[in-house]
Design a protein around this ligand. Sequence first.
Ligand code: ZN
Length: 149
Amino acid sequence: MSELRELYQEMILDHGKKPRNCRVLPGANRRAEGFNPLCGDRLTLWLQVEDGVVHDAAFEGRGCAISTASASLMTETLKGRTETEAQALFQGFHRLVTGEGPATGGPALGKLSVFSGVSEFPLRVKCATLCWHTMRAALENRVDPVTTE
Ligand code: ZN
């Protein structure tokens, strides 16, 4: 189990250092900004949504390794998902990092499970969930920037 945990942390470090989908998305039709004042994490998220499906996702921002890795893995996970699946993933991810345990009937979290250890660090929960709150705001076309406060 400890080896597995080590591996998971390595994936977080890897995505934190070399985030995937870290770029502006010119074809995006959804956009939202998020800010976590507790840690200083900031990000802008772009989504390209057509017929209820997330075709592409990208982000730019500045933040700690957890928030960057979370946005990196989230954007990877979202591609090809329906808006309903994206919302369900948000719920599942939120339960995972707050230690509430897996949601029943939701989509499998896959790689996102690497963040399960975050539940032991309550201050880091907002770092990990910032991009997800921002994603939901983007899907709902909310204009006001998201803050985790
Ligand atoms: Zn942070």
